[in-house]
Design a protein around this ligand. Structure first.
Ligand code: MLT
Ligand code: MN
Ligand code: ZN
Length: 306
């Protein structure tokens, strides 16, 4: 399975438009020890021709232009066979609205994520320009499904959606009731090679099924949003702690790096990294600690084979 990181940052990207934190300033002044990043999205393919995109970031147009295999091969065409949504956060869904130019789209999502995006959303009408513009394919936690190409053929990949502890997107808070399908991780298996990619960009805490999915994987993308629980508070950038935003911090004795240390066999890559996170600055103690733990930090353009 070929893997290409299209975007590696959490919501806001790096630099974030209204942020003057140390990392955002360092990127703006061209410091070589930190890279600019767009919001989280990963493309995968078994043949290099047909691609599946995990999450639709606001920057999806630029991400497609940054990676020729995602570009059209005919006058009207897209090699993107389907798009997955792991939750309803706008950093994962907003990109769908950018793909409105009358191309058929196939979107895999749970029923609660689909409803959260479609219901009462007048902007969704832009993806209803012709009947069948979007085909929604259901993800149900704990039910493995065969992934289909846009033409309906079997892709050779299967996916097991795993419910993860999380929260509703900000715009649906107090509007919808919480359900287990609100946040999922994806365990994606290439049935020809048996290789498995676990995609878990938002995880509030580990459950038995999350641990099982990680233990079974050859490669894990994991929530790298925050280093510490009070990162935004200490920097004077907000009042919400990582736990309030349903992101498990990496550092400390009860941090998620401890869990990742338990699965040394897998290639472990942190993604959805917030622009305030000190691991993004290559010379920081935190970045060094991550590297010494054998864990990688995703960057836009990172490519490898699973
Ligand atoms: C998150 O990852 O917690 C959300 O993207 C935050 C947000 O929507 O601002
Ligand atoms: Mn996010
Ligand atoms: Zn910043």
């Amino acid at each position: 399975m070929k893997v290409r990181v299209l975007g590696s940052a959490a919501g806001g990207g790096l630099p974030q438009w209204n942020c003057g934190c140390r990392n955002c300033l360092a990127v703006r002044r061209g410091d070589p020890r930190i890279r600019a990043r767009t919001e989280e999205s990963v493309a995968i393919s078994t043949d290099g021709e047909r691609w599946f995109v995990l999450n639709a970031a606001p920057e999806i147009r630029a991400q497609i232009e940054s990676f020729p295999p995602l570009q059209p091969r005919e006058a009207r065409h897209s090699p993107i066979e389907a798009i997955f949504l792991t939750n309803g956060d706008l950093d994962h869904c907003l990109g769908l609205l950018s793909l409105r130019e009358s191309q058929r789209l196939s979107v895999y999502a749970t029923e609660s994520v689909r409803r959260g995006f479609v219901d009462d959303n007048v902007l969704y009408r832009t993806l209803e320009r012709f009947p069948g513009q979007v085909t929604w394919r259901a993800l149900v936690p704990d039910e493995r499904v065969a992934l289909r190409n846009a033409d309906g053929d079997d892709s050779g990949l299967t996916v097991l959606p795993v419910a993860v502890p999380g929260k509703l997107p900000v715009h649906l808070e107090r509007l919808h009731a919480e359900t287990p399908g609100d946040n999922v991780g994806l365990s994606i298996r290439d049935e020809n090679t048996g290789r498995t990619l676990a995609y878990f960009p938002g995880v509030a805490s580990a459950t038995a099924s999350v641990k099982r999915a990680l233990a079974d994987a050859d490669c894990v993308f994991f929530d790298g949003t925050f280093w510490s629980n009070d990162e935004l508070v200490i920097l004077g950038l907000g009042t919400k702690r990582a736990v309030d935003m349903a992101h498990w911090p990496l550092g400390g004795s009860d941090g998620s790096l401890r869990l990742l240390a338990e699965i040394p066999r897998a290639r472990r890559v942190l993604i959805h990294v917030n622009n305030t996170n000190p691991i993004l600055y290559e010379d920081s103690d935190e970045a060094r600690f991550v590297r010494e733990s054998g864990v990688e930090i995703a960057w836009d353009g990172m490519e490898f084979e699973v």
